[in-house]
Write a protein that binds this ligand. Structure first.
Ligand SMILES: [Zn+2]
Length: 98
């Protein structure tokens, strides 16, 4: 029993530690607009991509910068990343969504 307990306790402590970190991240994660971020977006050069749009792997000349960004539900649906938002504000063209 003692062996079981000593093995169980470090594992439980680790789980609690991880849970605390997750909670902290969820509290602090904000979309660029200030809304609470609830979605993860994968971006390539600041442009959000979905699961079906994969970067070609193995191209060593690629300059694609793959990153992850947290967005609120609205901007995740509209695929408006922080970079895209900045570009849209500076562009004379209308916003790319209705
Ligand atoms: Zn947002």
């Amino acid at each position: 029993m003692a062996d079981f307990r000593t093995r169980l306790f470090p594992g439980s402590a680790r789980l609690i530690e991880l849970a605390d970190r997750v909670n902290t991240l969820q509290v602090e994660a904000l979309c660029w607009c200030g809304e609470r971020a609830t979605h993860n977006a994968r971006t390539i050069n600041g442009v959000m991509v979905t699961e079906g749009e994969q970067v070609v792997v193995g191209d060593t000349n690629t300059q694609n910068e793959v990153a992850y960004e947290v967005l609120c539900r609205r901007h995740h649906m509209r695929r408006v990343t922080a970079k895209k938002s900045g570009a849209a504000h500076q562009s004379p063209e209308p916003l790319p969504f209705n």
